[in-house]
Design a binder for this molecule. Structure first.
Ligand code: SF4
Ligand code: SF4
Length: 219
């Protein structure tokens, strides 16, 4: 899930300074789980808008806000949204852009997108994946060096590792030591004799924005 955090309220209010009547769009998926875009957070914003001299036109919470067609349909049916001056979106960057693609109304982002998170337990998330577009987890014992090694090394450990601990952050175990130990426990450490080639990071580079179907190759 995409983990989001609240933008400073001052920043959000500044972004909506030219608008009076605001309609709020939350997100029933990732932002609700992050406790930044669910029912409670929408209600808090309704109160905050009123306290700051704005009119809260109402809110709705799509099941997932990163869905342009769903957004178009919900916005078509919402008279309150149609009568508003701007939409405050409590969702990740993909959600804000989905709303922006679904309507001509100005959008105001209420949240910062932080990372692709693994839920540890309710309200606590681990940063485990950077969406690099070419996953190496099958050869690294299910531990991502791209994200969890501070240097993002595909072949490690680096020369700075000391007694199994990380050079960059001495409070944490070197991720490549973790990978080695996990592979060794399965008697699979010979995998590490194969050097990982540099990644293209094709997912990170600029790409033309157009609807893309997921590859079915190999299924
Ligand atoms: S290798 Fe890439 S896709 Fe796989 S977990 Fe790491 S960042 Fe994510
Ligand atoms: S010590 Fe290990 S985790 Fe730290 S930067 Fe070097 S390879 Fe990465």
């Amino acid at each position: 899930m995409i983990v989001t955090d609240n933008k400073p309220k001052k920043e959000v209010l500044e972004a909506m300074q030219d608008y009076h009547k605001i309609f709020i769009i939350g997100c029933g998926s990732c932002a609700a789980a992050s406790r930044t875009g669910g029912e409670d957070e929408c209600r808090i914003w309704v109160d905050d808008l009123k306290k700051n001299g704005k009119e809260a036109a109402g809110y709705f919470i799509p099941e997932e806000t990163c869905h342009v067609f769903l957004l178009k349909s919900m916005l078509r049916q919402s008279g309150a949204a149609a009568s508003s001056d701007a939409l405050l979106v409590l969702a990740c960057g993909a959600g804000v852009q989905a709303v922006s693609a679904a309507t001509d109304k100005p959008v105001v982002a209420g949240l910062n997108s932080m990372f692709l998170g693994t839920t540890y337990r309710a309200g606590e998330f681990l940063k485990y994946c950077s969406l690099c577009g070419s996953c190496v987890l099958s050869s690294t014992a299910g531990i991502c060096p791209v994200t969890r090694c501070p240097k993002g090394l595909l072949n490690g450990p680096c020369g700075g590792m000391v007694n199994g601990m990380c050079e960059v952050d001495a409070s944490m175990k070197c991720v490549w030591v973790e990978i080695y130990e996990r592979l060794k426990s399965r008697n699979k450490q010979k995998i590490l004799a194969t050097i990982n080639k540099p990644k293209s990071f094709g997912n990170v580079r600029h790409q033309k924005v157009e609807p893309k179907k997921l590859s079915k190759e190999g299924r």
